[in-house]
Design a protein around this ligand. Structure first.
Ligand code: SAM
Length: 291
């Protein structure tokens, strides 16, 4: 097979692209390019892409994942902050008319406005091998944007993926788990070893699938405030929920009485720690105390 016919992710092709454009992966932008076609196919499978889907990609890099997304979806909008990758992407993706590269910092994009402007109809999915240095802000942005994505398939550090998907009683369970899982169903779909990247990162990665809930099962209306409340419940992880609630609300006798009453009403013993409680209990506490 000639080099031109190879997928971008093929290590021979990736190498040739890097040489041709004299590229150096920028560590400060989290540039670890995927060089495993198997991993990319698995990521696309996890997103259950069809030819009516619009995909938003964050950080296309040299286009390895973008290429496969373009082969499966109707349209791909890819946000890349690194201007020096624009000529590379124009070259590597020149055969794909259904890809638009946007040279912007994803954290500065109003995705709701973007989707409206582009008049996107049909399912909108986000697929990305995330720049790891901003995984959490991107996650919060995707969940905060009053948009309901059909699914988000996001590669991140394995350790962060474990926090995102953790359930009560586990060491990794915390405000990030609750922030994400109160909005979308979350699971780890694939574990991807370091060898699937160039340059190789120090740690393994995992692909998290976040899927739209069929119903707003927790009936949370103000996610920003809810997340703030949850973060305060975990502020001092080793302390009891009681202590964290008093730190948040004040240590007056009136507050103590109110908190005691609410905990009793919800059958939560005073020595409980936040990491033991399911999302439903946070929602109930938020309704009674947080607002
Ligand atoms: N998708 C490619 C792949 O899988 O081979 C590259 C993924 S690499 C882990 C992350 C990409 O995100 C890099 O191309 C990097 O330049 C880009 N990036 C970093 N910060 C960004 C930001 N704030 N907004 C948009 N793209 C960003």
């Amino acid at each position: 097979m000639t080099e031109n016919k190879l997928s971008i992710a093929n290590p021979i092709k990736t190498n040739a692209i890097i040489k041709k454009f004299k590229l150096r992966a920028k560590k400060q932008l989290g540039q670890n390019f995927l060089t495993s076609e198997t991993a990319i196919d698995q990521i696309c499978d996890a997103a259950e892409l069809t030819d009516t889907d619009t995909v938003i990609e964050i950080g296309p890099g040299i286009g390895a994942l973008t290429e496969k997304l373009a082969q499966r979806a109707k349209m791909v909008y890819a946000f890349e902050i690194d201007e020096s990758l624009l000529p590379v992407l124009a070259d590597t993706l020149m055969d794909y008319q259904n890809v638009e590269i946007i040279n912007q910092d994803i954290l500065k994009v109003d995705l709701k406005e973007f989707i409206n402007e582009k008049q996107i109809t049909g399912a909108v999915k986000v697929v990305a091998n995330l720049p790891y240095y901003i995984t959490t802000p991107i996650l919060l942005q995707l969940l905060d944007e009053e948009i309901v994505f059909d699914n988000l398939v996001l590669m991140m550090q394995k350790e962060v993926a474990e926090r995102v998907t953790a359930t009560p009683g586990h060491r990794e369970y915390g405000s990030l788990s609750i922030g994400v899982q109160s909005r979308m169903d979350a699971k780890i779909s694939i574990i991807i070893g370091k060898k699937a990247f160039f340059p190789q990162p120090k740690i393994d990665s995992a692909v998290v699938s976040l899927t739209k809930m069929t119903t707003n099962k927790y009936q949370i209306e103000n996610f920003k405030e809810f997340n703030k409340f949850v973060r305060s419940c975990f502020a001092q992880k080793r302390k009891s929920l009681w202590n964290n609630l008093l730190n948040m609300l004040g240590r007056t006798d009136a507050v103590k009485e109110r908190v005691r009453g609410v905990l009793a009403q919800l059958d939560i013993p005073e020595n409980t720690r936040a990491e033991q409680l399911p999302i439903e209990k946070f929602k109930e506490m938020f309704d009674l105390l947080g607002k």
